[in-house]
Ligand binder design. Structure first.
Ligand SMILES: Cc1ncc(COP(=O)(O)O)c(C=O)c1O
Length: 371
C-alpha cells in the first residue's frame, strides 16, 4: 500500500533551471539577483510597495513586530486558534498577545469579538487568515481606524487569495507570508515581509541583516537584529513557483472542490466541511480540513486513515492552552469554546499540490468505507 503524505510540493516549472543558474554563477548566498527579483515580483503581485525576503514566515513575524516598534507594555490582538509564531513573536518582543475566539463557520478570528479586547495598550491587530478563507478585513480596518491601531496581516497561508477582490497581504501596515513547502508557492524554507511604508521597509531590511548600519562603519551596531536572510537559491525557487501561481490556485481549488463534493455525506454524520465560499472570498484550500462531531470520532477516522497509510495533521492547538504559555502564567482561566472545539475535533487531509487524482480517490474510498 502506497503512503500518501499530507503534502507533496509541485516543482515542475523553471525551478531546476534557475537553481542551476545559481550554481553556475556562484550566487548562492543572500546576495544575488534572484532575491531582488523575487521581492519585486511578489510584492507587485500582492500590491505592496516593498518586499523583504527572509528565512521563514516566523522570522517575518519577528521582524514585523519589531519594525512597528511593539515592545514592553504593548498589547497585540491575535486569534487563539493559530500556529504559535504570531504569539511567540509578540512575547519575545516583550509585548502581550490578547486572544480572540474563532468564528465556527469560517474558522477565522471572530471579528465581532475584537473590539471588546481593545485597551489603551493595544498597538495592533494581528490577523491570521486560516486554512483558505480570509478574515473579514473590512471590520478589522474599521476598528484599526477607530482606535488608531496598526494592522499586521499574517497571510502565510493565503498566497493569491483575495478579500472582496483585493489581494490578501495588501491590507496590512505590515504583512507576512511563509514559503514553507506546504504553501501555494514554496522556497523550501522562506518568508517575506510586505509593506508600503518606506520606514517599516528600511527597518525590516536592517533587522533581517543583524542590524548592520546601511551607511555606518561595518561591524559597528546600534541595535540588535537577526540573521534572517533568504538565500539566492531559495529566491530562485520562489521565482519559478510564482510564475505558476495561477495554475496552482486552480489545482488547489480542484482538490478542495473534489473533497467537498465527495465527502458531503459526512455532513449527515455531524462533520463540518470547509466553506466553498463566503460573500467576500472563494476558498483557496491551503489545506482541506474536517471538523468531526467529537474528538473520539476524529481519532477514530484519523486512526483508520493512518492505518491505510494516509497521513493527516491535527488542527492548530489554541494559544491559551499551550503548556509553554501556562508556565508563563499567560491566559490563565481564559476560555474560547469555538477555538477549543476546532483544536480538539479538527484535522486535515492530504491536500498538497503534488497529490494525484488516484490518491484523492483512495482517500475518499477509505473514508467511505469507514462509514
Ligand atoms: C498562519 C501562519 N503563520 C506563520 C507561519 C510560520 O511560517 P514558517 O513555517 O515559514 O515559519 C505559518 C506556517 O505554516 C502559518 O501557517
Amino acid at each position: 500500500m502506497k503512503f500518501i503524505p499530507v503534502n507533496v510540493p509541485l516543482l515542475e516549472g523553471n525551478e531546476l533551471k534557475y537553481l542551476t543558474e545559481c550554481i553556475n554563477t556562484g550566487w548562492i548566498s543572500s546576495e544575488g539577483p534572484f532575491i531582488t527579483e523575487f521581492e519585486h515580483k511578489f510584492s507587485e503581485y500582492v500590491g505592496q510597495k516593498h518586499g523583504i525576503a527572509v528565512s521563514n514566515g516566523s522570522a517575518a513575524l519577528d521582524i514585523a513586530i519589531k519594525a512597528l516598534e511593539i515592545g514592553v507594555g504593548d498589547e497585540v490582538i491575535i486569534p487563539t486558534f493559530t500556529i504559535i509564531s504570531p504569539a511567540q513573536s509578540i512575547i519575545t518582543a516583550g509585548a502581550t498577545p490578547v486572544l480572540v475566539d474563532s468564528d465556527l463557520t469560517t474558522w477565522n478570528m471572530d471579528v465581532n469579538m475584537v473590539e471588546a479586547k481593545i485597551t489603551s495598550r493595544t498597538k495592533a491587530i494581528l490577523v491570521v487568515h486560516i486554512y483558505g478563507l480570509p478574515v473579514e478585513m473590512e471590520a478589522i480596518a474599521k476598528l484599526a481606524k477607530k482606535y488608531d491601531l496598526k494592522i499586521i496581516e499574517d497571510a502565510a497561508e493565503m498566497h493569491g487569495q483575495t478579500y472582496k477582490g483585493k489581494m490578501c497581504g495588501s491590507f496590512g501596515d505590515i504583512s507576512i507570508f511563509s514559503f514553507y513547502p506546504n504553501k501555494h508557492i514554496t522556497t523550501g524554507e522562506g518568508g517575506m515581509i510586505l509593506t508600503s511604508n518606506d520606514e517599516y521597509a528600511a527597518r525590516s531590511r536592517k533587522l533581517r541583516n543583524l542590524c548592520f548600519e546601511p551607511d555606518g562603519p561595518r561591524f559597528v551596531h546600534h541595535e540588535i537584529g537577526w540573521n534572517y536572510r533568504m538565500t539566492n537559491l531559495q529566491a530562485a525557487l520562489g521565482l519559478a513557483q510564482l510564475e505558476q501561481i495561477e495554475s496552482f490556485l486552480i489545482k488547489k481549488k480542484h482538490i478542495g472542490k473534489f473533497y467537498n463534493e465527495k465527502l458531503s455525506f459526512l455532513e449527515n454524520k455531524g462533520f463540518q466541511l470547509p466553506l466553498v465560499s463566503t460573500s467576500y472570498a472563494e476558498n483557496i484550500y491551503w489545506v482541506f480540513g474536517l471538523l468531526a462531531p467529537s474528538e473520539e470520532e476524529k481519532n477514530r477516522l484519523v486512526d483508520i486513515l493512518n492505518r491505510n497509510k494516509i497521513a493527516t495533521r491535527p488542527f492548530f492547538w489554541c494559544m491559551h492552552e499551550q503548556p509553554v504559555f501556562e508556565k508563563k502564567n499567560l491566559f490563565s482561566n481564559e476560555k474560547y469554546p469555538n477555538a477549543e472545539k476546532m483544536a480538539r475535533n479538527g484535522f486535515y487531509l492530504p491536500s498538497g499540490l503534488g497529490i494525484i487524482d488516484e490518491d484523492l480517490t483512495r482517500i475518499i474510498e477509505v473514508i467511505e468505507d469507514a462509514y
